[in-house]
Design a protein around this ligand. Structure first.
Ligand SMILES: C[S@@+](CC[C@H](N)C(=O)[O-])C[C@H]1O[C@@H](n2cnc3c(N)ncnc32)[C@H](O)[C@@H]1O
Ligand code: SF4
Length: 448
């Protein structure tokens, strides 16, 4: 068997899409996107993602599309652009559409003041019909977040607050340039609950500089005290060649692959012992949370925000760098705000790139999604849906032979099952089905 740390050092994508974003190309532009939008069946329910690419300060570990702003003016004028984009998308769609899921991410969407939050929600409600049970999730940086902010979000109809906790240890916090007291985090959660926001999600990150098993256990214990409905426990993706500021974190301070595996395992042990159900690779939820229920009944899905219960066939991305997923394929907006502005001012959908899905892409995408969600897949079931057979995937099955010999996966005809104790190897198993990976030069993080 290959040495475990060597195996997990392989750099593979997180598979929030397939094909993954580095394979999007400029052949897909605003005009293609316009035609894709206008071809959507009027009854197709939509999911919307709104990206706010701004933060007050920069956390050195951050892998998100964001920039630090010292004044509010750029944020305000960006929100005007977002409203323009919402109008352009609605025009391309032609008729009013039903929305069942809305997610604001970033950056830090909670940087918006009351006026911008309300205007943005107003523009969305003006252009779309939100279903009575529509979810509205928002990512929250608790630092500097107060009661007034919680009131604005509750009045806007937020149903899930996703709070960045990351790590509680003061030394780790210094090493990532993110000082956040336990008291502040607890108070923000209490405020959100007092305002009636029903669901609380916490984001934690393992693999951060100076993390030890003891410090990480303290973070997990604190997270449990906050009684979240869900937790996301991400492995730190360190790719300084791509995110230059990550070079501010000395590599010598980072836990090695073996330690990362132990940190991930500790999170799984502690959270499972306290009644949270492990979901996919890096999420946990209370047994009666919708996420856990959909994991049980096999309807869990994966999109750019991670694991989701959202089943809308079309996800529309709004804002710089946002990615949309339509039945025809993926589209990504430009990331640079001045370019985003210029395109919108010219009345053009601000698309940078995308990819049209081939039949084989669709099949491989479904195989990878089921593996990421269920840790197992029936290749015959998937290929039959597309009137083909698993012969199409024989190269990938052959690539799994080594993992099968090591007991990481079991292969039974067309059924591929990842052994529960090898859950951490899920991305590696998915990579066997990724035909783009070999051609790629993209920077990925280690697989655990
Ligand atoms: C947009 S942020 C969440 C909201 C807010 N900006 C905050 O940090 O509190 C999304 C989440 O991505 C995760 N994240 C950011 N950079 C990461 C990285 N390099 N590796 C793994 N997870 C990362 C963090 O857990 C973070 O909470
Ligand atoms: S982790 Fe959150 S708050 Fe920190 S820089 Fe990234 S997006 Fe901003």
């Amino acid at each position: 068997m290959m040495h475990v740390s060597e195996m997990f050092s392989a750099r593979v994508p997180r598979y929030t899409s397939y094909p993954t974003a580095p394979h999007f190309h400029s052949g897909i532009d605003g005009a293609t996107y316009h035609s894709w939008l206008s071809a959507l069946e009027p009854q197709t329910p939509l999911s919307l993602y709104v990206h706010i690419p701004f933060c007050d300060t920069l956390c050195w570990f951050c892998g998100c599309h964001t920039t630090v702003v010292n004044h509010y003016e750029p944020v305000k004028s960006y929100c005007e652009l977002l409203r323009k984009e919402i109008g352009l998308v609605a025009t391309a769609l032609g008729t009013r559409r039903r929305v069942q899921h809305l997610h604001w991410g970033g950056g830090s969407p909670t940087l918006l003041k009351e006026d911008e939050t309300n205007r943005l929600v107003g523009a969305l409600r003006e252009n779309f019909d939100f279903t009575a049970d529509a979810e509205f999730a928002i990512e929250i940086d608790p630092r500097g977040f107060g009661r007034a902010n919680a009131k604005v979000l509750a009045a806007a109809g937020v149903t899930r607050a996703s709070i960045g906790l990351q790590d509680c240890d003061p030394e780790v916090q210094r090493a990532i340039n993110r000082i956040q007291s336990d008291e502040e985090t607890s108070q923000v959660i209490a405020m959100l609950r007092a305002e009636g926001i029903p669901s609380i999600n916490l984001d934690l990150v393992y693999g951060l500089p100076r993390q030890t098993l003891a410090s990480w256990e303290k973070t997990l214990t604190f997270a449990l005290r906050l009684e979240p409905d869900r937790l996301a426990v991400f492995g730190y993706a360190h790719v300084p060649s791509f995110k230059k500021h990550q070079a501010l974190i000395p590599e010598a301070l980072l836990p090695d692959v073996e330690m990362r595996l132990r940190l991930a395992e500790l999170a799984r042990d502690v959270l499972s012992r306290h009644g949270y159900v492990p979901i996919g690779l890096d999420h946990f939820a209370r047994p009666h949370d919708k996420l856990a229920m959909s994991a049980r009944d096999g309807s869990l899905e994966r999109n750019f925000q991670g694991y989701t219960t959202d089943s809308a066939p079309a996800l529309i991305g709004l804002g710089a760098s946002s990615i949309g997923s339509l039945p025809q394929g993926y589209v990504q907006n430009v990331s640079v705000v001045p370019v985003y502005r210029k395109m919108l001012e010219a009345g053009v959908l601000p698309v940078r790139a995308g990819i049209r899905l081939s039949l084989e892409d669709r099949i491989r995408r479904q195989v990878i999604e089921r593996l990421m969600c269920d840790l197992k897949v029936d290749l015959d079931g998937v290929t039959a849906k597309y009137s083909t057979t698993r012969d199409l995937l024989s190269d990938s099955l052959a690539a799994l032979a080594g993992y099968a010999a090591d007991g990481i996966v079991s292969l039974d005809g067309g059924k591929v099952t990842i052994a529960p104790e090898w859950r951490a190897a899920t991305r590696l198993v998915c990579a066997a089905f990724d035909t783009y990976l070999v051609q790629g030069t993209a920077a990925h993080s280690v697989s655990v």
